[in-house]
Design a protein around this ligand. Structure first.
Ligand code: TYM
Length: 327
């Protein structure tokens, strides 16, 4: 069975972009792959987090993983911070990564742009991500488009380690879906929908109530035309909304185009809001049930044990190869 590993940072509340670009695929992949899904809570603190907020984000991501269909009997679901091998391996790989390659990371450039002082962790972030991945030797890393560069760097770091110290790491492939790998903001189709955006109108949260979803979709920016047509180059706003539509329904782009032909954008937007609500509402209901049951901590404890059992031997082997003495 092939192996997959992926993760989501617990640095904010999850958006529909996280669902379509990541979680929905995680749920499908667990059927056919040995699966490891992490909550990247150590990565979350690369920008300053208020402790109470961090704790609530961690809980929310964990509950949303399970409420969306990740099954703790099929997937290992765990907190990065509860598996000490990640931080240790992160340090080893920080020494293998080059300054130049870290400087080229667009996520670092975006997040540090215009800031007076930037935490060093934001810079070394991709070495920790390489550790997250290489510790499990996955074949595939399912991600949205924006994480591709980090997986490519992971491969470079893994390859460098293998060349210096002997083959140890599998070099994983990024798994990026054809559509939905980059859901754009509702107010600006040139920007990614992001949980760290300061503008709530730009995103739909997985836990937004139906009325809020309806309002945000009705206010989503469109072009001044009338044609519901998938053409990202000339109609980026409508194409983005159609991408969301297709992922929240069983309709293809062609079927959506046919359904709204000659009708302008009104009905299209109304129905889009309803398919989003129909996708998220059952997840929101399971979220509430799970939250009140308190079982999420048992799931995370079980996941931590399973993950450490896989990661620890790989860490010890890497240390041995590098010349450390494992007592
Ligand atoms: P993060 O937390 O920014 O995003 C989590 C996942 O959601 C995808 N995503 C999107 N997909 C489509 N449209 C969007 N608007 C959108 N926004 C986010 C991301 O591409 C990602 O797949 N560094 C990672 C977390 C991480 C990780 C790992 C991932 C840490 N260690 C190891 C994979 C393997 C991050 O910040 O993702």
């Amino acid at each position: 069975m092939k192996k997959v590993l992926s993760g989501i940072q617990t640095s904010g509340r999850l958006t529909l972009g996280n669902y379509i670009g990541a979680i929905k695929n995680f749920v499908e992949l667990q059927e056919t792959h040995e699966s490891y899904y992490m909550l990247a809570d150590l990565h979350a603190i690369t920008v300053q987090q208020e402790p109470a907020a961090l704790r609530s984000y961690i809980e929310e991501v964990a509950l949303l993983y399970v409420a969306s269909g990740l099954d703790p009997d099929r997937s290992t679901i765990f907190l990065q911070s509860s598996v000490p091998s990640h931080a240790e391996m992160g340090w080893l790989l920080t020494t293998i990564a080059y300054l130049g390659e870290l400087e080229r990371m667009t996520q670092f450039k975006d997040k540090s742009f215009g800031k007076e002082s930037v935490g060093a962790g934001l810079f070394t972030y991709p070495a920790l991500q390489a550790a997250d991945i290489l510790l499990y030797n996955p074949d595939l890393v399912p991600i949205g488009e924006d994480q591709k560069q980090h997986v490519e760097l992971t491969r470079d770091i893994g390859h460098r380690f293998n060349t210096r110290y002997g083959e140890l790491f599998t070099l994983p492939e990024p798994l990026i879906q054809k559509t939905g790998a980059r859901i754009m903001s509702l107010d600006d189709a040139s920007k990614k929908m992001s949980k760290s955006s300061p503008t709530p109108a730009s995103y739909i949260l997985m836990l937004d109530p139906p009325e809020v979803i309806r309002k945000k979709v009705s206010r989503a920016v469109t072009d001044s035309g009338r044609e519901v047509k998938y053409d990202p180059a000339t109609k980026p706003e409508i194409s983005n909304l159609m991408t969301i539509y297709t992922h929240c329904s069983n309709l293809t782009f062609a079927e959506i185009e046919a359904k709204y032909e000659g009708q302008g954008y009104g009905n299209f937007k109304k129905d889009l809001a309803e398919v989003i609500v129909a996708t998220l509402l059952p997840i929101q209901q399971r979220y509430e049930e799970l939250r009140s049951s308190g079982s999420i901590y048992d799931i995370l404890r079980k996941g931590a044990k399973e993950a450490e059992a896989v990661a620890r031997p790989v860490l010890l082997e890497a240390k041995k190869r590098m010349g450390f003495i494992n007592l």
